[in-house]
Design a protein around this ligand. Structure first.
Ligand SMILES: NC(=O)c1ccc[n+]([C@@H]2O[C@H](COP(=O)([O-])OP(=O)(O)OC[C@H]3O[C@@H](n4cnc5c(N)ncnc54)[C@H](OP(=O)(O)O)[C@@H]3O)[C@@H](O)[C@H]2O)c1
Length: 238
């Protein structure tokens, strides 16, 4: 079995690589990241360094995989940004800028959407899944607090892309379930500045949310795809 994890140097991405290795010990796990893979060295992990938001780079790598007969049973796209040198979550309309919006959409929407686009011809027959790391704050119907304009909008757009792709996947990759996964609040550099008001029991380890994602993947059924679902296996309104 071949498994793909994109964003493999992130806290959740790395934990997902580990969880797959534990659960499917005879699988090959491709750990794709923009930088050199820093996770534990394991025989079954194949580190791949490429620009994960660049369509040409993704296409070339997937073509090389296909040439070797590699099709993926599970793919998890674990990339995303909430704050970095370019962006800080906006508190009010005046904080919104075109540059920040572009950055949020580039990383949170366009990158993962390209993987959903390009993977359609690279999935194993007879039951496969493609999961993207989304966020509950991307729910349009469950948005009472406001704020975080760029992050919310880019995750909502990612959800819409996946929902739209699911119509075509039902024809072209009919054994594949698509999953938009909310991991809960997870202790990582992404959530670090926003952990103050989170109760300790609600701040999950990357390993915990990775295990919960694998449980969701295990239960996934094409008749219910696409999913917008949280770490507890509960559906989230789109
Ligand atoms: N942590 C939370 O509480 C939480 C809550 C809800 C949703 N999420 C979502 O879960 C996902 C993973 O988050 P995390 O907590 O593991 O955060 P993290 O440790 O900061 O990892 C972020 C990941 O995004 C990639 N990334 C960051 N900036 C990028 C850029 N400019 N271009 C391309 N890729 C970039 C990195 O990929 P490389 O491997 O290439 O470095 C890394 O894998 C994100 O989509 C996030 O929105 C997290």
């Amino acid at each position: 079995m071949n498994i793909l994890v994109v964003g493999a140097n992130g806290a959740i991405g790395q934990a997902v690589v580990e969880a797959f290795c534990e659960q499917y010990s005879s699988s090959v796990v491709y750990a794709v990241s923009r930088s050199h893979y820093t996770g534990a060295k394991r025989k079954q992990v194949v580190p791949v360094q490429l620009d994960t938001v660049n369509e040409t780079a993704i296409t070339n790598w997937l073509s090389a995989c296909k040439a070797k007969g590699t099709a993926f049973t599970h793919a998890v796209i674990a990339t995303g940004v909430l704050h970095d040198d370019n962006v800080t979550p906006e508190k009010r309309l005046e904080d919104v800028s075109a540059e920040a919006m572009q950055h949020y959409f580039q990383v949170n929407t366009i990158g993962p959407s390209l993987w959903v686009k390009l993977l359609v011809g690279h999935l194993a027959q007879g039951g496969s899944t493609v999961s993207v790391l989304s966020a509950r704050v991307g729910s349009i119907s469950d948005n009472r607090l406001g704020g975080w304009y760029g992050y919310r909008a880019s995750k909502a757009a990612l959800n819409m892309f996946v929902k739209t792709a699911s119509v075509e996947y039902a024809r072209r990759a009919k054994h594949t379930s698509l999953i938009c996964y909310h991991p809960g609040t997870v202790d990582s550099s992404l959530s670090k500045p926003f952990q103050r008001n989170v109760k300790p029991e609600k701040l999950f380890t990357p390993a915990y949310t990775a295990a919960q994602l694998l449980a969701v993947i295990d239960q996934a059924n094409t008749s219910e795809s696409p999913y917008f679902i949280d770490w507890a296996g509960k559906s989230i309104p789109w």
